[in-house]
Design a protein around this ligand. Structure first.
Ligand SMILES: [Mg+2]
Length: 248
């Protein structure tokens, strides 16, 4: 590291906290076994609408995700999980009444609960972050479509009150790799992007985003992937988070 960074900013998912897809509920949909949090959402929905099959729900659940993802990429914005579920329910032809809204909230809560239950945080990552917090100002920028779940996971995995600033894309309306969320974090911390260091696992989201605002970055390449010549180039690459300590 050429100069001591003024702040160290972390990505959340798959950098600090892992999603373990094989811990999601396993269901059979249209002859295929799939692991999906949609199974939990469907169970919540079916209590009010027993006629809606898992197949019908799963199709609307997947299509609503595709739809909001296309908007995220086209417009460079974040679309909240609430809005994704509104689109999912509209696809199912459910009327927008107070009763349906209550079912929608229950289905969203079940989906988020299933996602949260499939997260894990190896203790050494928490130790790295807590250790660095005694020597550096630290912050977090996470792409996630539901702020309360992201914040609950920070607490659950032992990161509460560690971050001076924690921006969740769902609460900001903007997401990585677009510059605005990086600039907001820097403004909140009163630092210039070039004096910060970003640490994240995604080349296309974290490394590209940090580079786009002139922020030095460390890529956590846990899978040992080989980036191509046109991929964004990190300043440093580590395989596991504790290696960060030798850079700082
Ligand atoms: Mg990530």
């Amino acid at each position: 590291m050429s100069a001591r960074p003024a702040v160290v900013l972390f990505d959340l998912f798959d950098t600090l906290v892992d999603f373990e897809r094989d811990r999601l509920p396993l269901v059979r949909v249209a002859g295929q076994e799939v692991r999906t949090s949609g199974a939990a959402a469907h169970a919540a929905l079916q209590r009010a609408y027993p006629g809606i099959t898992l197949e019908a729900f799963y199709e609307a659940f997947v299509e609503s995700f595709r739809e909001v993802n296309a908007r995220r990429e086209r417009d460079g914005i974040e679309v909240s999980a609430e809005e994704r579920f509104e689109r999912c329910f509209a696809r199912l032809g459910l009327p927008e009444t107070e009763a349906t809204a209550a079912v929608r909230h229950a289905a969203l809560a079940a989906h988020m609960g299933a996602l949260a239950a499939a997260t894990a945080c190896p203790p050494e990552r928490r130790e790295v972050v807590r250790g660095l917090a005694s020597r550096y100002r630290i912050g977090l920028i996470s792409n996630f479509d539901h702020g309360p779940t992201a914040r609950a996971l920070l607490t659950r995995h032992g990161f509460d009150s560690v971050f001076e600033v924690a921006l969740i894309s769902a609460e900001e309306g903007v997401r990585k790799p677009y510059p605005e969320i990086f600039h907001r974090a820097c403004r909140a911390l009163r630092v210039l992007p070039g004096t910060a260091l970003f640490v994240g696992d995604s080349l296309g989201v974290d490394v590209a985003g940090a580079r786009g605002v002139g922020m030095p970055c460390v890529w956590v390449n846990r899978e040992g992937a080989r980036p191509g010549p046109t991929d964004p180039q990190p300043d440093h690459t580590i395989r596991h988070l504790p290696e960060l300590l030798s850079l700082l």
